[in-house]
Design a protein around this ligand. Structure first.
Ligand code: FES
Length: 112
């Protein structure tokens, strides 16, 4: 079972689990501020579930690539949409500041 490290928690999940669901079900603060209420519920259009992932995940799909290339995100920021990410192995997750998680300041890391 892969282990997801996020906000100081270690969460075990099935191979192929949806990262957004894994984080929310384990009370990780995936969304910043009002984005907790105003988000697309996982269809890959709002961009507020963006996180940095280190570990084994699926290749970015077209929704992930498209949304992460549009402002306030930008191509090359290396963020992924949690809602479009499948956990394939052990993973470390980092959340950045800003409504979309697009700013350079860290909100939380895998360690807390
Ligand atoms: S929840 Fe909206 S893009 Fe992931």
């Amino acid at each position: 079972m892969p282990k997801v490290l996020a906000q100081g928690k270690t969460i075990e999940c099935k191979v192929g689990a949806n990262l957004r669901k894994v984080l929310l079900q384990n009370h990780i603060d995936l969304y910043n501020g009002g984005a907790l209420v105003i988000n697309c519920r996982g269809i890959g259009s709002c961009g507020t579930c963006a996180v940095l992932v280190e570990g084994e995940v699926n290749e970015p799909n077209w929704r992930d690539k498209t949304r992460c290339s549009l402002p306030p995100h930008s191509p090359g920021n290396n963020l992924r949409l949690a809602c479009q990410t499948q956990v394939l192995g052990d993973l470390k997750v980092t959340k950045y500041d800003g409504f979309w998680g697009q700013n350079p300041q860290i909100v939380w890391t895998s360690e807390g």
